[in-house]
Design a protein around this ligand. Sequence first.
Ligand SMILES: Cc1cc2nc3c(=O)[nH]c(=O)nc-3n(C[C@H](O)[C@H](O)[C@H](O)COP(=O)(O)O)c2cc1C
Length: 328
Amino acid sequence: MQTLIEQPSIKIGNVIIKSKVALAPMAGITDFVLRSLIREYSKNSLLTTEMISSEALVQKPDCNITHTNEKEAPCSFQIEGHKPELMAKAAKILEPKATIIDINMGCPIKKIVNGNDGCSLMKNPKLAKDIVIAVKEAVKIPVTCKFRLGWSQDSKNFVAFAQLMQEAGANAVTVHARTRAQMYSGTADWVEISKLKGEIDIPYFANGDITSPQNAQECLTISKADGIAVARACMGDLSLISRIEKYLNEGILLPEPDLNEKIKMLKKHLDFQISFRGEETGIKFFRKFYPAYIKNVRGGGEYRHRLVTELKYDNIVSILKEIEQGNE
Ligand SMILES: Cc1cc2nc3c(=O)[nH]c(=O)nc-3n(C[C@H](O)[C@H](O)[C@H](O)COP(=O)(O)O)c2cc1C
């Protein structure tokens, strides 16, 4: 007899996501192309766009960064900024395309925090709250926020901050288990995230350092989160989210793609970038992905150097063949 597997789901406002796994936003990485490819492997996970500047979007509503299609859903569109009225306008522009609007309150980079955006909102909870209120008033779809543990080790305010965002109307939150001061250093503190349990009524996603189905399960257990969001480890492995889902839902551990499969994924990703952006731009844009796809190969350093400096498609394909042959 076939066992029926209960579909795990998370209710975010009036939307049901039939998965506990989300693709976390990455600027310059989680574009339409990467999201679409991940969707081919995982039907139900929540995808997220790159952060979209509210100021830029309001000036130019039809920019490339907002490109999507119906196959991508459920997809959360992340906006970034600090002016409630502009954030509300941006959310309204995106509403027809988005399943959810996510608000960036965690970006640590100088240019962003110096402009009072991203993680600097954790130092200005009143403004963060006003942004959520304004965005909630502007759209009917759910609104979520993504932030960190706090600005620094001695100002970890994520629990109170999450409560405030909930009060303002946020329908879920994602917490990257590091402070702004840590940027991306050290290890993500999943235990710390578990302090949210029982303190908010909305679902929360844990984020940071999830790299495999097993450690995804571990993160869920330790953080007591409703879901998890995975970012960097999805670069170079289009199947990771679906493999995590398989493990969480059915206890089945699918093997990591081997080098041949990774090179197939790489080629598919590169080809799609080229058809989306044109040959020259697509090839240049793709340079940042090579290291992730050809991690741990013999002679990796030299291959990477050749790939990132190569502009001709046919030569790239030849180098990939060389890598496969050199690693048989
Ligand atoms: C290249 C890059 C770009 C990122 N861009 C965004 C972004 O646009 N919005 C955001 O909220 N977080 C962004 N992040 C942070 C990730 O969403 C995530 O919080 C962080 O990488 C930790 O998760 P991980 O260990 O799974 O990578 C970015 C991270 C990286 C590495």
